[in-house]
Design a binder for this molecule. Structure first.
Ligand SMILES: C[S@@+](CC[C@H](N)C(=O)[O-])C[C@H]1O[C@@H](n2cnc3c(N)ncnc32)[C@H](O)[C@@H]1O
Length: 275
């Protein structure tokens, strides 16, 4: 029990420390980008928003539905869902910084009636069975200490016929495992499943997989474009947070860039709880 609490607190601190600058670069979101090729002129926030749209489009949301944003980050995604689809969203995070930021965002946007954020562990949720029409986990399952357990918990809180969509890193081409280890340590990933293994976990929890894609070359494969785009924003970010904090942010993220482009994939999966 103490071990579980310590693990959660560590993940919470990880995001408390990294989210402020991370979200500044991406206008309130905290996940990867999607660029078609090196000539693609989308900005970093636009490229990040493409992932949001690609993943959430698979859910087929209808106005009035209730969505759980499991690992909601600083809240921008939930606001987008409420505005775009007229859904109610409940977001959970284990970061105190993210929670305060997400609540502030909802209030500023006048969306507090549709969007609610709380501190909560997606491994053990405080919601009755069948509470939600849809679950979104945008790059958050990666931190789960047990993928089988978290997927069974998300299955439990979905109504029969409800959908889950998530995106996350996957293990790509083999070789040079030490590079992948540095990536995993930097991002605090207990495991890095292949796409097939991700699908196995989803099916193992009882879901029927309806759609999946592997777009690693347009995501991790575009890390050079990210670095270029981030350099373009660096002075503005340094002006807000200070050179020292930005240097520390860059230092702790060095391991993220270590794998070869083909070693890290990016999976998008949508599945349904059978009726
Ligand atoms: C990479 S961030 C993604 C945030 C957000 N989904 C987005 O795309 O902007 C991972 C998120 O997962 C959350 N998270 C990690 N472990 C969690 C847990 N056990 N329960 C709830 N949230 C968790 C973190 O607090 C963080 O908000």
């Amino acid at each position: 029990m103490t071990e579980v609490r310590d693990g959660l607190a560590e993940i919470g601190r990880h995001y408390d420390e990294r989210t402020p600058i991370g979200e500044e670069f991406r206008e309130g979101q905290l996940h990867m980008w999607y660029w078609y090729d090196r000539e693609d002129e989308a900005t970093l926030p636009q490229a990040v928003h493409r992932v949001t749209r690609k993943v959430t489009d698979t859910l087929g949301l209808r106005p009035g539905e209730h969505v759980l944003d499991a690992g909601c980050g600083p809240g921008e995604t939930a606001l987008f869902l409420a505005r775009q689809h007229g859904v109610k969203v409940t977001g959970v995070t284990v970061s105190g910084f993210e929670l305060a930021r997400a609540r502030g965002r909802a209030e500023d946007a006048g969306l507090s009636d549709l969007v609610d954020f709380r501190y909560g562990d997606f491994m053990d949720l405080p919601f009755p069975d069948g509470s939600f029409d849809a679950v979104l986990a945008l790059e958050s399952l990666q931190n789960a200490p047990d993928l089988g357990q978290v997927l069974r918990e998300l299955y439990r809180v979905l109504r029969p016929g409800g959908r889950i969509a998530f995106s996350d890193f996957s293990l790509g081409e083999p070789g040079e495992p030490e590079r992948v280890e540095q990536f995993m340590t930097t991002l605090k990933l207990p495991v890095l499943p292949t796409l097939e293994e991700w699908l196995g976990h989803v099916r193992g929890a009882g879901f029927a997989v309806e759609e999946f894609t592997q777009c690693g070359p347009r995501v991790f494969g575009m890390k050079g474009k990210y670095l270029h785009a981030a350099m373009g924003q660096r002075d503005q970010v340094a002006g807000k947070f200070g050179e020292e904090r930005l240097a520390e942010f860059s230092r702790v993220h060095r391991g993220f860039f270590v794998p070869r482009k083909d070693q890290i994939g990016y999976a998008i999966v949508c599945a349904r709880k059978p009726r």
